[in-house]
Design a protein. Sequence first.
Length: 163
Amino acid sequence: MMSEEMFMRAALALAREAGAMGEVPVGAVVVRGGEIIGRGFNQPVSARDPTAHAEIVALRDAARHSGNYRLPDCELYVTLEPCAMCTGAIFHARIARVIFGARDPKTGAAGSVLDLYAEPRLNHHAALAGGVLAGECGALLSSFFAARRAHAHQIRSAPLRLD
């Protein structure tokens, strides 16, 4: 049986695929009984789909694999704290447990900006664990955005050519 770190490493590998495509490097896997049944990485730009976050892509893959959109006996591993949209999908899928890597101080819905997982008025909740391989997950995101900023600065600093 694979450990939490091994499942998060599988999500990190998917995050690297997203980064290689120019997408924000976030990856996710859905696990049932120690087996990965769903995989996803961020692809809203390439798919031209604002809902194509890693978690939603992985949930869709797991639902196809299991033949049901309800996934009550599953865990979701994701490299970045889920946003409100993804948390809604996680709750609708009835995921039992969410394990994430890095916190998201801008859109995190598992305690960073708001905590939908602790909202008592919602009809479903998932157990939550954060910080698994947080350093590696955060470093991947930081290096992606640093490279993006450097590239943008390089473009702005380039001399204007009027050939």
